[in-house]
Design a protein around this ligand. Sequence first.
Ligand code: PD2
Ligand code: ZN
Length: 280
Amino acid sequence: MNAATRIPVEWREWIAHNLARGCDARTMIADMLRAGFDTQTAQAALFELAGGNAAAPGTGYAHEASRLPAGNLIRLPDRDVRVVLRIERPTVAFLDNVLDAQECDELVRRSAQKLVRSTIVDRERGSAEVIAGRSSEGTWFPLEADAFIARLDRRIAALMNRPLENGEGLQILHYRTGGEYTPHYDYFPPGDAGSAPHLAQGGQRVASLILYLNDVEDGGATVFPRLNLAVGPKKGAAVYFEYCNSRGEVDPATLHGGALVLKGEKWIATKWMRQYRYEA
Ligand code: PD2
Ligand code: ZN
């Protein structure tokens, strides 16, 4: 039984009422201690009645439970993916064995001849702009473009636990030595004029999967500056993260970038999931 259901209904109503008025949690807990509750019950009841997901201080983002299944192994229809690392808030996971070596090589082979310089979305105009801080070249494959891509799209949708049709087409990116992608958000910043045309189709991006298609000789980690986390590229593995909740709020803690490739080259594939069905 959870803490909130162990306390009298009038206290549950009192907590809900005070939360709605924006009362300070510490003051409410002090009031509950004076009324005879123990600290653990008071804190737990407050947390649960706040939705178990109080916004991180200063962000206005209410964390929700991850869409990733629990356990060390995520059993997909055609593959078992190993969860090597998990962070709860924000949800970030390092996943191994998402692609096999042949699949990585095949994605590189199919992309190498059709790369074009990567762009970013201009925050005011929404247009695609080349910037020095994103020095990769890339290409993409429409959803279920052929049997090979369809197999990967389906596997990735199952892994990300979202409808296949909410996914954007698989993006392939190539960085040469010296290439990087400076820290950014994968979501479209709400309130930016440039986000509006992108949000109109499929809604907000909700989660990303960055798949590593080669082992990078040196550098090229995916970095999360606000989490002090760097994920080293490993062929066939992937980093997964979530940043948009069911209310459409976005989580700035997921700021991330692709660190400088110090030696060799780096190939990745990226899948972005949207709130709703997405048509390119
Ligand atoms: O190349 C990366 O590691 C990277 C880092 C951050 C790629 C992206 N973001 C992206 O494609 O959005
Ligand atoms: Zn990104």
